[in-house]
Write a protein that binds this ligand. Structure first.
Ligand code: KG4
Ligand code: ZN
Length: 338
């Protein structure tokens, strides 16, 4: 018997993602995004995101099936992000996934968005070592996870106590007059800057601070104050240096804490995920520090680091293979799913 064909739905934020995998082989990853509609608000507007998911859903499913070269009737299981995320947005994905599962008479698996960010790496680099540690950094989350068993047990070691890392990139970009989302333009600008030009604060790195939690709000404010002071004094703002120094502070804290968590837990595999994992400095510093600490680093390609349907299908496929019981038909959205 061939491996199960799994259809995955992701709608926790602004991306409508529908992925198709067979076993852990990626067959299709169709994506629609409402990012452009949120740009003038400087952040994702939940109501706009939900409406956009509704409009994009059916065409995106059709594209995914066509790209995979399969028919809906070939699907063996349906997986969907149940949380965490924006409730209204999650509900659109859940409604679609339930409709397909019901119509096809196939099992439905509700999955955790963060665990799906970890699972996606298996599509590129094969079976994950267990236990592994995962550092997930995006516009909505910044978490350190311990993954003893991807299908059954994923625990949180730490998370941000204020802004997510991606949010800090977006807000700092705004201060510097760059477009939303701010990660890519800051990454680009930082290439021409000096990362040691300005010593921005590293949040929660004191001896008494929670070792695996993050805080980026103080850093964001420090950057805004620094830039404002320059402007008030009528001096030019060295955009590249600010971008590089800010990016260095984020990458430094994230990689230092991830490596420390690996050491403390005796885990020698680290996976990166989330939109911020596309950051070139974060990737380079993670490689450097992991190599020095004897940790095997796994980073999915940038396309798979950001939200997509393939990651949900990948985790769904893992659950099927592990014999985990499907979700009940009344599966609901849980915006704050742990
Ligand atoms: O995972 P994602 O696509 O969506 C969620 O937020 O769940 O992540 C988007 C975030 C945004 O905040 C964006 O600014 C950030 O990822 N991002 C980056 C880069 N590319 C995207 N941050 C830093 N450097 C990048 N190259
Ligand atoms: Zn995400």
């Amino acid at each position: 018997m061939s491996e199960p064909l799994v259809l995955g739905f992701e709608t926790s934020c602004d991306e409508t993602g529908v992925g198709v995998v067979r076993g852990q082989t990626l067959l299709a990853d169709a994506l629609a995004t409402s990012m452009a509609e949120h740009e003038r608000f400087g952040g994702v507007v939940p109501e706009i995101a939900s409406r956009a998911h509704l409009e994009a859903m059916v065409p995106t499913v059709h594209r995914a099936l066509a790209e995979a070269g399969v028919r809906a009737s070939d699907v063996d299981a349906v997986a969907v992000t149940a949380g965490p995320g924006l409730t209204g947005a999650l509900l659109v994905g859940l409604a679609a996934a339930k409709a397909y599962a019901l119509a096809l008479d196939k099992p439905l698996y509700g999955v955790n968005h963060l665990a799906a960010h970890v699972a996606v790496d298996e599509l590129q680099h094969g079976r994950l070592a267990e236990p592994s540690l995962a550092l997930l950094v995006s516009g909505g989350h910044s978490s350190l996870l311990l993954v003893p068993d991807l299908a059954r047990e994923v625990t949180s070691l730490g998370r941000t106590i204020d802004d997510a890392a991606g949010e800090a990139f977006d807000k700092v970009a705004r201060v510097l007059g760059m477009p939303f989302p701010g990660g890519p333009p800051i990454d680009r600008a930082a290439r021409d800057g000096d990362a040691s030009a300005i010593d921005f604060p590293r949040g929660l790195t004191g001896p008494r601070d929670a070792p695996y939690d993050f805080s980026f709000s103080g850093l964001k404010t420090a950057v805004a104050r620094w830039v404002e002071a320059r402007r008030r004094a009528g001096e030019p703002v060295p955009v590249a240096d600010v971008a590089a120094s800010f990016q260095e502070a984020v990458a430094d804290v994230l990689t230092a804490k991830a490596v420390r968590a690996c050491r403390d837990s005796g885990v020698d595999h680290l996976v990166l995920g989330g939109g911020v994992a596309a950051n070139s400095r974060l990737r380079a510093l993670a490689e450097e520090r992991c190599a020095a600490a004897g940790i095997v680093l796994r980073v999915p390609s940038p396309r798979l680091c950001t939200d997509n349907g393939a990651m949900v299908a990948a985790l769904g496929s893992r659950l099927v293979a592990a014999g985990v019981a499907p979700s009940a038909p009344d599966l609901g959205a849980d915006s704050s799913l742990p």
